[in-house]
Design a protein around this ligand. Structure first.
Ligand code: ASP
Length: 330
């Protein structure tokens, strides 16, 4: 039986960082070095490696993600059965969701990284790379959109989040859980998404310009005026509970929407969905929706920001954007 072909594209992050002795680590290993450090990969698949960039997460911008998309599409078009991207873990969830919105192939596209660099005891990069290559090779992972594999667990890009600053088990899908696990170098897939969305048009390369603001206790809404002066393309609010703001914040946001700004809200709790008709007081989710705020459903603020960026770039009207956000957030 011929081995599956898996393309590995490296973007950077801790998985590729090293340093002499106890010094703080920096990007170092390219894709070929990463793959060479895990010889067992060759037992699982024929690997084609390529370095896309070698930067830490905070340096990743939309052009890196779009370059990764081009790499993945070209790899599949030239025969790869699946694609793995290595990425810094800090913003991995954003790149994974960005790609999930755009991925227009059946072949698995799997993102991975490492919480511990290769030069420290217990480095998790090699195991994560192996888990990702196993996942990308698996026929049952086809048609699931973008996946994220770390710590021998496999998550949907639309649900996963980095939920711990340092733990090897940092990647979780709060409120849902993983869809599969790696056992003895095999993917054990337990769940498939009930809905897979149509790919969206690839946006032009440009900055995102959509701030995220978390509404705090005793919110006086002063931040709304500050945000307005930066002339954003849209605004994402992490509201309390299932989508609630103080009256001053709700009034200030309403004024901003009156000037044409698209405002989407999500819960600041870290998991669960916004509601629509549970509370009816001023500043409640029902009141905010009547005033024009779009409820983001289960999508967290970081994902909503990426989604809005892609939708705004596609030239949709505000009404189409509202429908699309609600449809994808449900
Ligand atoms: N802590 C990070 C990582 O896990 C650094 C980064 O995201 O680039 O890769």
């Amino acid at each position: 039986m011929p081995k599956p072909i898996v393309a590995v594209g490296a973007l950077g992050g801790t998985i590729a960082m090293s340093a002499p002795g106890m010094e703080a680590v920096k990007p170092e290993l390219d894709a070929a070095a990463l793959v060479a450090s895990v010889p067992v990969l060759e037992d699982v698949a024929e690997i084609r490696s390529h370095s896309i960039s070698n930067v830490p997460s905070p340096a990743i911008v939309p052009s890196n993600v779009l370059a990764a998309l081009d790499f993945a599409r070209e790899a599949v078009d030239s025969g790869a059965d699946g694609v793995v991207l290595t990425h810094g873990t800090d913003t991995l969830e954003e790149s994974a969701y960005f790609l999930d919105l755009l991925w227009d192939r059946e072949e698995p596209l799997v993102l991975t990284g490492a919480m511990r660099s290769p030069n420290v005891p217990g480095a998790d990069g090699p195991a994560n790379l192996l888990a990702s290559v196993v996942t990308a090779s698996a026929p049952e992972a086809r048609g699931m959109g973008v996946l994220v594999a770390l710590d021998d667990t496999v998550h949907l890009a639309r649900l996963v989040t980095k939920s711990h600053a340092t733990a090897v088990s940092a990647f979780q899908s709060p409120g849902w859980g993983p869809v599969g696990r790696i056992v003895e170098r095999k993917l054990r897939l337990m769940l498939r998404p009930a809905r897979v969305f149509d790919p969206l048009p690839v946006p032009d390369v440009r900055d995102i310009e959509i701030p995220i603001v978390q509404s705090p206790f005793g919110d006086d809404g002063q931040w709304v005026t500050a945000i307005a002066t930066s002339n954003p393309r849209a605004l994402v609010i992490e509201a309390s509970g299932a989508g609630h703001l103080s009256i001053p914040a709700a009034d200030a946001v309403e004024e901003l929407m009156g000037e044409g700004l698209i405002v989407v809200m999500t819960t600041r709790t870290g998991s669960g969905s916004t509601t629509e008709h549970t509370y009816g007081y001023p500043g409640s989710e029902e009141d905010l929706i009547v005033r024009g705020v779009i409820p983001g459903g289960f999508l967290n603020a970081r994902r909503l920001r990426i989604l809005l960026h892609v939708l705004l770039s596609s030239g949709m009207t505000p009404n189409q954007i509202r429908n699309e956000v609600q449809f994808r957030g449900e």
